[in-house]
Design a protein around this ligand. Structure first.
Ligand code: GLC
Length: 555
């Protein structure tokens, strides 16, 4: 055991009076939730597409890494116009991912290891191939007609409004046989359901009950802001250009009716054992709007993802501080949810890397999220510094049965890099998407051997979150580093130790003069982690290396 591990082992003993997060009823307040894109994690049947059995096979890896829960993106039957986010059957497993039996096995094995499983619930829309929509579009008088959002507009050339969809084009598609338009905030193959219809609502809640009964510990709720539209469907005098900016208009998102649905859903969860959780894809324009997503009585989404932080793409201490302070101090004490990368967001190593110090910067962004008070989402492969596949390389990847269509986001969806074997041991067959070129250096097996690797860094951070009271349950303490290139903050649990985290986002060494610690400058006695190597600060003024990370404690 090296001295650092001895220190951590001692800390674990000395703090064992507090309950471990997994045992507490608010286990999620402090969880690391590992996002798995199942298509790309581990293939076990040689078809080149990851599967549920592959996740089961890698649970020991996840346990050793120290994650509390996994969130698996959709693995349900789907025509894959949006890679699983267009569901045609909510209560089955798509054949390429396995069977319900495989799911049950995954749950049983995850339970044994104390790992909870969240599934993706795409509740704003279904696939246009879902039997509900097929019925709905079959005639104007079909009992399920009202399960979706139909309007007549001014006939085939005149949509009801000129609202723009997030994926481009209008939010309306004309259905010639029934001479009406149906509404979709995403693709035409993803019609929005009508949450105002009680039968639809009940059918959706039955999906929730089904997966809770089958061992899910909660749901990542897809696209939650968009469940309702303004019933007056007002025309937008300045329709946005198609694209992301189409989102978050007062008429298409964040409607007051959302709250009622989320409260109802939360009630269903609360009536189930095991403290299941709702993790929301809750984009908001402001921190005040984000605070509302938890519910006025904290009775809606326990974990709304903070996109104001997650959408940041520039390495800038001052901006990080502003957004973290907001999340930690302006959400009324509710649990913030930090993330940077996901199946929709390019990877940290590529986004924040400057081309020369990417590994060090990856360690910095890891500490920035994982040292926070709150819940952290960790996208598979971030812990080994996987890169985003560049767009020009992505363009050369053929389209075929395994990859029915190209998606700009495929760059961050490449196969997990396990070791140096062919296809990084993701598959014995031909992978649906090639393994990223960095795999010979950035893979689990190689990095586990190296105490300075990105993997080893992540692994230490995760241990710290479990074993050290300040990192496990400590409050966030805003500090002023006196230097706009350096973000410093503290963590402190009750009257216990105080931890100090210092992050230099600039390519130069920086001198800081830290203020904001109550009762003067604490006596920091131990360096818990530092990259590059650093001295323990003996006063509030000290120098931190270019892109340096330093974590110290008074313990
Ligand atoms: C969410 C998903 C994204 C998907 C979209 C439409 O934003 O994260 O991948 O394309 O919903 O379902």
């Amino acid at each position: 055991m090296n001295p650092a591990s001895v220190t951590l082992a001692l800390l674990a003993v000395s703090t064992s009076l507090s309950s471990a997060p997994i045992a507490s009823n608010r286990w999620y307040d402090h969880a690391v939730i590992y996002e798995i894109y199942p298509r790309s994690f581990q293939d076990t049947n040689g078809d080149g597409i990851g599967d549920l059995n592959g996740i089961t096979a890698r649970l020991d890896y996840l346990k050793e890494l120290g994650v509390d829960a996994i969130w698996i993106t959709p693995f349900f039957p789907s025509p894959n116009f949006d890679f699983g986010y267009d569901i045609s059957d909510y209560t089955s497993v798509a054949p390429e991912y396995g069977t319900l039996h495989d799911w049950n096995k995954l749950v049983a094995e995850a339970n044994k290891r104390g790992i909870r499983i969240l599934i993706d619930f795409v509740l704003n829309h279904t696939s246009d191939q879902h039997p509900w929509f097929k019925e709905s579009r079959s005639s104007r008088t079909n009992p399920k007609r009202d399960w979706y959002v139909w309007r007549s507009g001014g006939g085939p050339d005149q949509p009801p409004t000129h609202w723009t969809s997030i994926f481009g084009g209008y939010t309306w598609t004309w259905d010639a046989p029934t001479t009406q338009w149906y509404y979709h905030i995403f693709l035409p193959q993803q019609p929005d359901v009508n949450w105002r219809n009680p039968q639809l609502r009940n059918a959706m809640y039955n999906v929730v009950r089904f997966w809770l009964d089958h061992g899910a510990s909660g749901f990542r709720l897809d696209a939650t802001p968009y469940l309702f539209e303004d019933p007056a469907f007002p025309e937008d005098p300045h329709p946005p250009q198609p694209g992301a900016e189409a989102a978050l208009k007062p008429y298409n998102s964040g409607r007051p009716e959302n709250h009622e649905v989320l409260r109802e859903m939360r009630k269903i969860l609360d009536s189930h054992p095991g403290n299941p959780v709702l993790l929301g894809e809750s984009s908001t324009a402001t921190i005040e709007d984000l605070a509302k997503v938890y519910g006025t009585n904290h009775d809606e989404i326990q974990l709304p993802m903070d996109f104001l932080f997650g959408n940041l793409t520039t390495l800038d201490a001052a901006v990080f501080k502003k957004q973290v302070d907001a999340a930690q101090l302006q959400l009324g004490g509710q649990t913030p949810v930090f993330f940077f990368s996901s199946h929709d967001h390019p990877r940290q190593w590529s986004t924040f890397g400057d081309g020369a110090h990417n590994d060090q910067i990856a360690k910095l962004t890891a500490a920035l999220t994982l040292a926070q008070h709150g819940c952290v989402l960790l996208y598979y492969g971030e812990e080994i510094g996987m890169g985003t596949m560049p767009a020009d390389q992505l363009k050369t990847v053929p389209i075929g049965p395994k990859r029915p269509r190209a998606d700009d986001r495929d760059g961050e969806r490449t196969p997990m890099q396990w070791d140096l074997a062919k296809n990084a041991s993701f598959t014995n067959g031909e992978p649906w998407l090639p393994v990223e070129t960095g795999a010979d250096r950035y893979n689990v097996a190689t990095e586990k051997q190296n105490p300075d690797s990105i993997y080893s860094w992540y692994s230490k951070l995760l241990k710290l979150r479990h074993d050290d009271a300040a990192f496990r349950e400590g409050a966030y303490i805003p500090l002023d580093s006196g230097n706009r290139d350096v973000f410093a903050f503290g963590r402190k649990a009750g009257s216990g130790e105080m931890a100090l985290i210092v992050l230099n986002t600039s390519p130069k060494d920086q001198t800081v003069s830290i203020t904001g610690t109550s009762g003067g400058w604490p006596n920091f006695r131990k360096l818990l982690m530092a990259s590059p190597q650093a001295e323990l600060p003996t006063s509030q003024t000290f120098t931190i290396a270019a892109y340096g990370v330093m974590i110290a404690t008074t313990e």
